[in-house]
Design a protein around this ligand. Structure first.
Ligand SMILES: [Mg+2]
Length: 224
């Protein structure tokens, strides 16, 4: 991947990822993955393993996990199982350490921020409201349409277009390599947190700067 470092002083707007970034939901994700494993006769996996293999697009990732291709209808079934299990565990997921204080800090320093997730739009919007986070963001978008590549890239382009934000002034803060890919394809910048669903070495392989947490990401942007 191309060089993705940037001058922090050029950044005026953060696009936050949700799952694995602002929301500490790794264990809910793992439980949901293991619900899929159980249905398809695969032994449960551990967090470290899942962080070493999880990737987008999701279908080939899960086919590798399960050791065979999906037959007709099976991917839909896997998604339904995943969602049901995830939703059962979601109420016990907390915001990442330092959230929402770090959102206040960024706006207090004169920046703007928005939220873009690959969770379905209908799922995401009420969740952000329930957690009382709406007011921090200029815009909240989940996955509003399907794409062939199953990447955040096209969604990010729309998300920035709708706000009239210059991508060069934007940093996407996320927890997987697709967040860096999306930022690169949209002409924006990326900062990755190693607290989410992907192992640090895999994040570093993107060429993006990797930090420990959302708090560390904003500290890096503010030069403190
Ligand atoms: Mg994420």
């Amino acid at each position: 991947m191309a060089e993705t470092t940037f001058d922090r002083r050029d950044i005026t707007h953060i696009v936050w990822d949700w799952n694995g970034t602002l929301l500490d939901d790794n264990h809910a994700n793992l439980a949901a993955v293991n619900a899929v494993c159980a249905r398809f006769g695969r032994a449960p996996v551990e967090m470290e393993y899942w962080r070493s293999v999880f990737r987008r697009p999701l279908i080939p990732c899960y086919e590798d996990l399960l050791g065979r291709a999906f037959e007709d209808g099976e991917w839909d079934e896997a998604e339904e199982l995943y969602d049901r299990s995830y939703l059962e565990h979601l109420p016990r997921c907390t915001l990442a350490d330092g959230v929402p204080d770090v959102l206040h800090d960024w706006v207090g320093g004169g920046g703007t921020q928005s939220l873009l997730s690959m969770a379905s739009h209908e799922h995401l919007v009420p969740l952000i409201a329930e957690r009382g986070l709406d007011a921090h963001f200029t815009r909240v978008d989940g996955r509003r349409f399907a794409t062939v590549k199953d990447s955040k890239a096209e969604h990010l382009v729309h998300h920035l277009d709708r706000q009239g934000v210059d991508p060069a002034k934007v940093v996407l803060i996320g927890d997987i390599d697709d967040d860096a890919r999306a930022a690169h394809e949209a002409g924006a910048n990326a900062l990755l947190v190693a607290s989410g669903l992907m192992a640090r070495e895999r994040l570093e392989a993107t060429g993006a700067t990797v930090v420990d947490s959302p708090v560390a990401a904003v500290a890096a942007l503010r030069g403190v």
